[in-house]
Design a binder for this molecule. Structure first.
Ligand code: ATP
Length: 319
């Protein structure tokens, strides 16, 4: 491999820039040419590539979003679009591609790899929904933002309202709700992975209040339902009238935490080394501190296991 390209795709996440910086600097350090692709697979199809140097990624390690921009590209879902993407890279003499993105972006990378382009996937999403890595780039920052928001909600809640429902992101994955719920002492965590009986939730809230609890937080993962609906069920069940906060896109913004920057830096460098070693069609991850690769094909056909132990711990500690 002499020349590689890098793109960010799907929803952006904090730390994508840090990953990009690591890919570019590591490639240059090892004597490779490196190209940035603008706007994900759309830019690839449009041949919207530019050569990057050490300074192209200066002053971005601390920035949220992605300087390469990202896009959702329908055309790339078709075999013709994928072929066009591979042709663009070949015409430029680029033999490796690093894709930073979520599940959908991995599917795209998988297709390109089958067309003979050496591809590496880096898990860039706040959702933590990618298997074969403990954490995705952006997850830690998103969780910190949710915890910070819940701290603020708690302050005002203990003075006025007594219960609150907070809806968080994560698509089909409950990890943001789980981790933020545990870290903020939420009384109930509602996630798509665990069926929940709303009558039981209401009962628990009622009896906790009777036991002298002054406030109660319910965290709902967007994949499990809407905050408003959960609040309505609680009112129906026990008469409490929780306030609803939908945190939305603030969870995807802001400066990445040190943990996300370190994760991104290690993974970015690792991806470049894997390409140099001739690997292709792999997803990079860190499991129990160790850098690992897994076939992208396996990753896109697997589901991230849910941490039931942590879920039960959160329940036990929040009585
Ligand atoms: P996030 O989970 O953070 O939203 P994502 O990578 O899952 O990120 P998607 O919109 O699902 O976001 O995917 C990004 C892009 O990847 C799509 O717009 C499309 O161009 C490409 N893509 C998605 N699925 C496929 C597929 N099955 N085959 C080829 N390309 C795909």
């Amino acid at each position: 491999v002499k020349s590689i390209a890098v793109l960010t795709s799907g929803g952006d996440s904090q730390g994508m820039n840090a990953a990009l910086r690591a890919v570019v600097r590591s490639a240059l350090y090892n004597g490779l040419d490196v190209y940035g692709v603008q706007r994900g697979y759309q830019g690839l199809i449009n041949d919207d590539l530019f050569k990057m140097d050490l300074r192209s990624v200066g002053d971005i390690i601390q920035r949220g979003g992605t300087i390469l921009q990202t896009a959702r590209c329908k055309e790339f879902m078709t075999p013709e679009g994928q072929q066009r993407g591979a042709d663009v890279l070949r015409a430029r003499g680029i033999d490796g591609l690093v894709v930073i993105g979520g599940d959908g972006s991995y599917q795209g990378a998988n297709k390109l790899s089958k067309l003979g382009i050496k591809t590496m996937g880096l898990p860039g999403t706040i959702d933590n929904d990618i298997p074969f890595t403990d954490f995705t780039i952006g997850f830690d920052t998103a969780v910190s933002i949710v915890v910070d928001a819940i701290n603020k909600i708690r302050d005002t809640m203990s003075s006025h309202e007594r219960s609150s429902v907070v809806e968080v992101m994560g698509r089909h994955c409950g990890d943001i709700a789980l981790y933020a719920g545990l870290a903020s002492g939420a009384e109930t965590i509602i996630v798509p992975e665990v069926p929940i009986d709303m009558a039981e939730v209401s009962e628990r809230m009622e009896s906790n209040f009777a036991k002298g609890k002054r406030h109660s937080i319910v965290v709902v993962a967007e994949g499990a339902g809407r905050g408003e609906d959960v609040a309505r069920e609680i009112t129906k069940g026990c008469g409490l009238e929780p306030r609803v906060t939908v945190l939305g896109h603030i969870q995807r913004g802001g400066t990445p935490t040190a943990i996300d920057r370190i994760l991104a830096s290690r993974l970015g460098d690792f991806a470049v080394h894997q390409l140099m070693a001739g690997e292709s069609g792999k997803a990079c991850g860190i499991i129990r501190g160790e850098l690992v690769t897994t076939d992208i094909d396996t990753v896109v056909h697997s589901k991230k296991p849910f941490n039931m132990e942590m879920y039960n711990l959160a329940l036990r500690l929040s009585q």
